[in-house]
Design a binder for this molecule. Structure first.
Ligand SMILES: Nc1ncnc2c1ncn2[C@@H]1O[C@H](COP(=O)(O)OP(=O)(O)O)[C@@H](O)[C@H]1O
Ligand SMILES: [Mg+2]
Length: 412
């Protein structure tokens, strides 16, 4: 265990301390009625048999950042089954953490399901920073950035573009927490527009009015939604372009033992931004949406926008799309991407993000295990690693704290 890896340093020209969780408390969170961990700002290894609760701890950490966490779970499903309802209110999960590394001093972050949400009402996540309830989740992102790799992401390169877009957006959010709000506003406007087009479909087709126009009130509501889509859509695309450019640079400079990946964006709006200023791209998107109403009403979607983009990843050495590489190579490329992104974030935000690496080490050969341990030490990031086999973490032993979980209990 390295003492003081995350401690503030006197020399301002050196990298700032990593974001590190030094205290974590879970309440009615999945298999945990209550769990309390105190760790140093150095890597943490969680070992234990299947079902011990390792991934749940990583999920709890991921919920200290904006979004739905590393399982993309609905809020209600996280609450421990069988947790007692408190004071007439429904049971609700909570996560609390002390985060070090902020130059202003340690911060306490809290999040959880809002207790007492009536059945059927939308579930809401509460967020507390230093004990104060704050609106929205974006504020969390300014205190801590986190990136994760889980076994559920093993098919990322082979499966649909949706998973890659979510992955890409999470990389952007780690750098620019406001991206989460813009992407959510875009997705919301997209759903609203699809609903309106569906409701007015006959009119859009021109069946009732004969001229293919929706009535005046609906038309101005559509205009307003498409304006929102154009503004947020271009902002989302621009943030993704910026991230991919930085990631590409970091990957090009990478001479580590993981296969080098190249990244590129495939998206209409992202493409426009390479050819014209953002305001012109907004106008073009607004016009494309207005023109596309009739076909979009038929398909139930929207033909143009950043919700159709894709992140293209290739194996640089083989010049092959990542999807055609072996499972092991794909995993190694994901690790390379994650480490490159951690370097980008460290440069941009002044401190490395939290890295949540679920069952990653088991897939690596001895050389790459050692390389990962080295890369994490160089980054100075607090990584939380899991695995069933404690022996695989020998390379981490001198820098990491190894905790063992069995049936949701910490074994000393
Ligand atoms: N809402 C919940 N309430 C109670 N237990 C849960 C809930 N969600 C998941 N679990 C349980 O948590 C246990 C530990 O899961 P996990 O953290 O994924 O284990 P692992 O150590 O293999 O990563 C599983 O046995 C699962 O059934
Ligand atoms: Mg697990």
């Amino acid at each position: 265990m390295i003492d003081g890896v995350g401690a503030p340093r006197a020399d301002a020209s050196r990298p700032r301390a990593a974001s590190a969780v030094t205290r974590l408390t879970l309440t009615d969170f999945r298999c945990y009625a209550r769990l309390r961990l105190e760790v140093a700002p150095a890597p943490v290894v969680l070992t234990g048999p299947n079902g011990a609760g390792k991934t749940n701890v990583l999920e709890a950490l991921s919920l200290l950042t904006p979004g739905r966490g590393l399982r993309g779970a609905r809020l209600g499903e996280i609450t421990r089954l069988g947790a007692p309802a408190a004071g007439g209110r429904g049971a609700a999960w909570a996560v609390a953490a002390t985060v070090e590394g902020d130059p202003a001093g340690p911060v306490t972050l809290g999040s959880g399901l809002e207790p007492g949400t009536p059945a059927g009402a939308p579930e809401r996540r509460v967020v507390r920073i230093n004990g104060e309830t704050v609106r929205g989740q974006a504020a969390l992102g300014f205190h801590i950035g986190a990136l994760w790799l889980t076994p559920a992401m093993d098919g990322l390169f082979r499966e649909g573009a949706g998973g890659r877009r979510r992955f890409l957006d999470r990389l952007v959010i780690a750098l620019d927490p406001d991206h989460a709000g813009r992407a959510a506003a875009h997705a919301h406007a997209l759903r609203e527009r699809a609903r309106l087009l569906r409701e007015t479909r006959g009119e859009t087709r021109g069946e009732t009015r004969g001229e293919g126009r929706v009535n005046g009130r609906d038309a101005s509501w559509l205009d307003a939604l498409e304006d929102t889509l154009a503004r947020h859509g271009v902002a989302v695309a621009a943030a993704r372009r910026d991230l991919v450019a930085r990631l590409a640079d970091a990957l090009a400079a990478d001479d580590g033992p993981f296969p080098r990946a190249t990244v590129a964006l495939d998206g209409t709006v992202e493409g426009w931004l390479g050819e014209m200023p953002a305001l012109a791209a907004e106008d073009r998107l607004r016009a494309a949406l207005a023109d596309g109403r009739r076909t979009d009403a038929e398909t139930g979607g929207a033909a143009v926008g950043p919700h159709r983009s894709d992140l293209l990843v290739r194996h640089a050495g083989r010049d092959l799309p990542a999807a055609l590489c072996s499972t092991g190579e794909q995993k190694a490329m994901l690790i390379a991407l994650t480490l490159a992104h951690a370097r980008v974030t460290t440069r941009a935000r002044g401190r490395p993000p939290l890295l949540l690496l679920d069952e990653v080490v088991a897939h690596l050969d001895a050389t790459r295990r050692a390389a990962l341990a080295d890369a994490l030490a160089t980054l100075g990031a607090q990584a939380w690693l899991t695995g069933t086999d404690a022996a695989l973490f020998a390379d981490f032993a001198d820098q990491a704290q190894i905790l063992r979980l069995v049936d949701g209990n910490l074994i000393d």
